[in-house]
Structures are given as C-alpha cells and as structure tokens.
Design a protein around this ligand. Structure first.
Ligand code: PGA
Length: 265
C-alpha cells in the first residue's frame, strides 16, 4: 500500500455510483490515463467503479497509477447474504480501497453507524484501505447539529480501530444536503469548521503521526473545486457528477491541482 505521502499528497477521486458498464469504465480509465499527469507525486487520483467493472479493470491495467476502489462491501467474509459482496471477493482484484458509509447507502439501503462500523472492522481485518464517508442530514444542518452528528458518526465508525489500522484510513466529509442533483454546495467556512472538528477528533484518537486524510465531497465541480482545494485542512476532493466524463474529471482535477499547489502544471 506504499507510494503515497499521507499528509502531503492531495487526493482527487470520483465515485461512479450506478454508472458505466465494464467496457465503459475501461474506456473512461484509458481516457484518464491519457489526460492526467499520473506521475505527479503531489496528486493521488482514484476511481470507484461499480462492482461489475472491477474484473475488467483488473484485467486491462496491470497496475494502474490511479487507485481503483469498490463502493461498498458486506461485513461477513461469506454467507447467506444474497446480492452482497465480501472483502475476500474484493481482495482478488487487488483494489486500493473500499468506500464505506456513503450517504446514498445510508439513505436508500438502511446503512447505519452500526453496520458501517462492522464493515470497517471487516475491511481492516482483510487488509483493505478504507474511505469512510460521513456527513450530516439537511435537518441536522438547519438545526445546528451538523458538527455534532459528524463527530458521532466518526466515533461509532472508528470504535476499536487501532493506530496501525488508521494508517490505511481516509475520511470523506460529505454533507447529505449537498450531494447529487438536488444538492447545494456547502459554504467554505462551514466546511472548514466541520473539517477542523474532524481533524481534532482524529488527531486525538490516533495521534499526530497518523493523521488520516480528510476529503471533502458534495456538488464539487470545475467552478468551485479551487476554492475547496485551497482550504488547508482539506486533503482531497471527492467528486461525483462533475467527474464522470474524461473531460470533466481532467478539467476539475487540473483546476484543483492549480489551486492547491499554485501552479498550472
Ligand atoms: P456529487 O456527488 O458530486 O454529484 O454531488 C458526490 C458524492 O456522492 O460523493
């Protein structure tokens, strides 16, 4: 799992959600390989395709410079869980990470802090890197409970996780009310204060040496990515719709990199 300097590398990735067939994903990744400077050590790109694309991606790319991850998994290694995918199944594809607790999983598929916690336990037990998603609902936000809610999601998800395991952890802050077609981008100062609170909790929990990266996501696009990327406490951007085309991904990534590192190249 080496190669990345946590604390210095800026992460930029997309969750493809339920988009793209296996052949579409291969073409998308081919396009990204042509359009991005994948050897820039300051940036770590990642793509989370649907499960059905993972085998084709593994066959097509010997070892892609961008990280490939899964969007979810079950906590059991195997069992009578129709339609589910387990950590050992993902391990076969030599994935770089698995995302757990995305807002749409919580919203539409009954995922709770407790199930997210079980999944995190299983992912670390099977040696997978985890991208944990947290974020408050619209109601929590308008009623002023945003930070409290996010801190409690973090606490329950990470219960029992060791300092060593936290080295393979990334966290994405994605306010539920800012995700997707109906979402509105969050205010920069609000994002900064939630991320600061998360940072403090993570530092307290795992110490200053580990510092799991904290990414921001929710209606990030080419017009606002620079402003988010310039928030020093943010270690990466997690993009949906705006990065589902090669051109969209490449332009948003280029603007992000320019804003973060103050250069165009
Ligand atoms: P969006 O999705 O950028 O389309 O709002 C973000 C996400 O769900 O991670």
């Amino acid at each position: 799992m080496g190669g990345v300097e946590f604390g210095r590398t800026f992460f930029f990735g997309t969750n493809l959600k339920m988009h793209q067939t296996a052949s579409e994903t291969v073409a998308f990744l081919d396009g990204l390989a042509e359009s991005l400077a994948l050897d820039d050590p300051r940036m770590q790109y990642f793509v989370l395709p649907p499960f059905t694309s993972l085998a084709a991606v593994a066959r097509h790319f010997a070892r892609p410079a961008l990280w490939i991850g899964a969007q979810n998994m079950h906590w059991a290694a195997s069992g009578a869980f129709t339609g589910e995918i387990s950590a050992p199944m993902l391990r076969e594809f030599d994935l770089d990470l698995v995302m757990l607790g995305h807002a749409e999983r919580r919203q539409h598929f009954g995922e709770t802090d407790a199930t997210v916690h079980r999944k995190i336990r299983a992912a670390f037990d099977h040696g997978l890197r985890v991208l944990l998603c947290v974020g408050e609902s619209a109601a929590d936000h308008t009623e002023g409970r945003g930070i409290e809610r996010v801190r409690s999601q973090l606490r329950s998800a990470l219960e029992g996780v060791s300092v060593e395991e936290a080295r393979a952890l990334l966290v994405a802050y994605e306010p539920v009310w800012s995700i997707g077609e109906a979402g509105v981008p969050a205010e920069l100062d609000e994002v900064a204060s939630v991320v600061d609170a998360m940072r403090n909790d993570l530092d307290e929990r795992f110490g200053l040496e580990v510092r799991p990266p904290v990414l921001y996501g929710g209606s990030v696009d080419r017009t606002n990515c620079g402003a988010f990327a310039a928030i020093p406490a943010i270690d990466g951007l997690f993009v949906g719709r705006a990065a589902w085309s090669v051109a969209g991904f490449a332009e948003t990534a280029a603007r992000t990199r320019a804003a973060r590192f103050g250069d165009a190249g």
